[in-house]
Design a protein around this ligand. Sequence first.
Ligand SMILES: C[S@@+](CC[C@H](N)C(=O)[O-])C[C@H]1O[C@@H](n2cnc3c(N)ncnc32)[C@H](O)[C@@H]1O
Length: 424
Amino acid sequence: MSKTNTIKTIELFAGVGGFHLGLAGKKSVNYGDYEIVWSNQWEPSTKKQHASEVYQKCFPDTQHSNNDIAKVIEEDFAQIPDHDLLVGGFPCQDYSVARTLSKADGLSGKKGVLWWSIHDIISKKGKAAPSFLMLENVDRLLKSPAKQRGRDFAIMLSSLNDLGYIVEWRVINAAEYGMPQRRRRVYIMAYKKGTDIYKKIKTLKDPTKWLTVDGVMNKAFPMGLDKVVETPFVIKGDLADISENHIDYNPKKSPFNTVGIMIDDKVYSSKGIPMIDETIGRKTLGDVLVDDSEVPDEFYLKGDMDKWEYMKGSKKEERTTSAGYTYCYSEGSMVFPDALNNASRTIVTGEGGTTASRFKHVVKTKKGLRRLTPVELERLNMFPDNHTNKVGCTDAKRAFFMGNALVVGIVEGLGKALRDEIGK
Ligand SMILES: C[S@@+](CC[C@H](N)C(=O)[O-])C[C@H]1O[C@@H](n2cnc3c(N)ncnc32)[C@H](O)[C@@H]1O
């Protein structure tokens, strides 16, 4: 049974529940204000559904679906309850839209592209569409695809505008706000026509004030703008126009900078300069380390030091592709071992396992050089210790979950700011 007076939330592409922890985890400042009324997680590439199992173990009271979201929408839409807020971290894919041959069918988005599942839920809900959205993605979304920089984001913004939302976004690097990992992601929030937030933004003479003073995202993660946005640019036409040629896409530069807002068809965007509060204290990689006595032997680098040094080092060498084409490959060196007095580098999905790799973190402790344990990776994302240790997954799998997840403190901050704004 759902409680009263909570912000009813559904969590899509839930993974192991980063949004859930930030909005409704027992240690979150938002605990009790948000209620996750439905969640969905399905991994297409494996038979075993480990992430979904972890999710259900950690949040046994949350209604959960472990099925392809596109199928749920098509075959059993009624199971998705009405909700106030829709959240999810979805993949950056090709969002282009084609005009269908039959006029009656209108426009069609590419099959298997998960953005369209979010879009379909909102549009199928009709009058009961959620008042708010909170989404997360890699910052590359703002610049994709390479040949038409910004096209995909233009399609996303424009389709949300068509559904009646004002949309704001900002690229947030968790470490710049004191969190233990340098993880840059774009967070997107949208406010539906009819909500107080929507009305408030519409009455602003200078909408960029929302971005740098009054806005929900700015309250949580304050930023100034590199340049004053004097005139917005306009996204016009239907989605197929935008897909094909509407914006004069510059192959080098996307029109979407790291902070922005779209109101009706107008986009105000500029580079955000984080306003950093130095009094908050900064968490470092060193802060998350467990005692050496708790670290199993296999995490220590053994016999293959040459390989590690080669992978981490700078190189300039001739390589040949499988098609026989020879080219010069070069890359700089990585800090090796990783500095303990800074926030960590970004965790990637390949972080686990014993083989030498350029991207895996290596720390130097009293006992020697070693990789990070799953608990340390969880701490870098601000997850509770052993969150992913409940269904018998390998360490590599647990590392994979953390490479896919998000820094919980970001969602917590955004959730608090949204709740405070709604509560006004
Ligand atoms: C970027 S991850 C999100 C991770 C999550 N925010 C967390 O904190 O763990 C995207 C998730 O979408 C899931 N996914 C991919 N395709 C899906 C589909 N068709 N239906 C449902 N979930 C899907 C993946 O298995 C993955 O866990």
